[in-house]
Design a protein around this ligand. Structure first.
Ligand SMILES: Cc1cc2nc3c(=O)[nH]c(=O)nc-3n(C[C@H](O)[C@H](O)[C@H](O)COP(=O)(O)OP(=O)(O)OC[C@H]3O[C@@H](n4cnc5c(N)ncnc54)[C@H](O)[C@@H]3O)c2cc1C
Ligand code: FES
Length: 361
């Protein structure tokens, strides 16, 4: 344990005690305060905040998440920051409904119940929760699943809701050589012991709102959106909602019957799949092109609409300006970027160690 310091957050007026050895984000979780975050790995920028006063040090992060100019101006990433004095920090955004949910972050031991093929490279992983036998989370949140036998973990969004007792389900894209995802192609057996920590993430339906919804997803980005849609069906939340889902070819699509069933249950819900590489000689008669182009083509004025985006970072980066151009308020664009844990191509990994002290002052 290191020295302790006080951290005061503006404008919410919350103060917590932080140990030098933990990140400010982890300290906030420990106090039951859910600050804005995404990857927790210095890759996505969701936790970017402004250091008003004090002395902190940041571990390795991507310059995509925090660039040189922002760093010079005093912006910091709370998932990578350690306090070395009392601090005053301004939160750039916060989620009122989630901030004090009181849902504790739990360490859960589980067993593999099933690994099923959804497509040629997307699998469904079902874990049977053993100790404790349940997991409380808000639909859209994610778990850190540990690679068996190591303390290394990867982030995966739960695709079910908490009504599926004693189970946590995930939709995972497999990468050859991927340390966790490749295990789903034969490396994990039914009954294997797994460890996970959850829930994390701020990607969740703003339930107090009545606004129309646009979902944009690609690949395994289906996972958190499927969880939110299942929750809407369970609770009868029938706000006008359109789900644009991008895939390359027909063999990359899945859950088509389930989504059609959801359209029956929620009369104001519409699913719009689109293929970016449709076979010209095939039978596909749905939308074609990049999913962002499809949104651009089909949608008119989106003022007052909330947007929820999940999947690969390039898809999200391309979708945000399109949605804003259509009138979506930037404060109402919520996203879950599936950043990778390792180095990101084209991004510099940076560690802020100032001249001698190694701190941002
Ligand atoms: C908040 C959050 C939620 C997430 N939720 C999900 C989810 O629900 N489902 C899901 O499938 N993933 C999700 N991810 C991504 C996931 O955490 C892993 O990064 C991904 O599964 C790769 O892990 P790995 O151990 O298999 O590969 P690693 O061992 O980390 O990577 C090894 C190699 O695999 C390849 N690779 C890995 N990721 C990519 C990529 N994105 N694009 C191209 N090549 C890649 C690269 O060659 C890389 O060098 C999420 C990420 C975050 C931050
Ligand atoms: S949560 Fe800090 S950069 Fe993603």
């Amino acid at each position: 344990m290191g020295e302790k310091h006080k951290v005061y957050f503006e404008p919410v007026g919350i103060e917590i005690e932080v140990d030098e050895e933990e990140t400010i984000l982890d300290a906030a979780f420990r106090h039951g305060v859910m600050l804005m975050h995404g990857c927790k790995e210095g890759q996505c920028s969701a936790c970017k905040s402004f250091l008003i006063e004090g002395d902190l040090e940041m571990g390795k992060y991507s310059t995509f998440a925090l660039n040189e100019t922002e760093l010079d101006e005093g912006y910091v990433l709370l998932c990578k920051s350690h306090a070395y004095s009392d601090l005053e920090i301004e939160l750039l955004s916060f989620h009122d409904e989630m901030m004090n949910t009181g849902i504790p972050i739990q360490l859960v031991y589980a067993e593999v119940e099933a690994v099923e093929d959804l497509t040629h490279d997307i699998k469904k992983l079902v874990l049977n929760l053993v100790d404790p036998p349940e997991l409380n989370f808000t639909p859209g949140q994610y778990a850190e699943i540990y690679i068996p036998g190591t303390e290394v973990h990867r982030a995966y969004s739960m695709s079910n809701t908490t009504t599926s007792d004693e189970k946590a389900e995930f939709i995972i894209k497999t990468y050859p050589g991927g340390r966790f995802s490749s295990l789903l192609s034969g490396g994990l057996e039914v009954g294997d012991r797994m460890k996970l920590k959850a829930p994390f993430g701020m990607f969740s339906l703003r339930e107090k709102s009545e606004g129309d919804i646009i979902f944009v997803g690609g690949g395994s980005g289906m996972a958190p959106i499927w969880s939110i849609l299942t929750h809407m069906a369970e609770k009868g939340i029938d706000r006008k909602a359109t789900y644009y889902y991008g895939a390359r070819t027909e063999k990359d699509l899945f859950y088509l019957d389930e989504l059609a069933a959801l359209e029956e249950k929620l009369p104001n819900f519409r699913f719009v799949p689109a293929l970016s590489d449709a076979d010209p000689d095939g039978n596909w008669n749905g939308e074609t092109g990049l999913i962002t182009d499809v949104v651009k083509r089909l949608e008119g004025d989106l003022s007052g609409t909330e947007a929820y985006l999940a999947g690969p970072p390039p898809m999200i980066d391309a979708a945000i300006p399109v949605l804003q151009m259509k009138g979506v308020d930037p404060d109402h664009v919520y996203f879950d970027k599936f950043t990778t844990t390792g180095e990101v191509e084209g991004s510099e990994q940076k560690e802020v160690r100032g001249p001698e002290t190694g701190r941002v002052e």
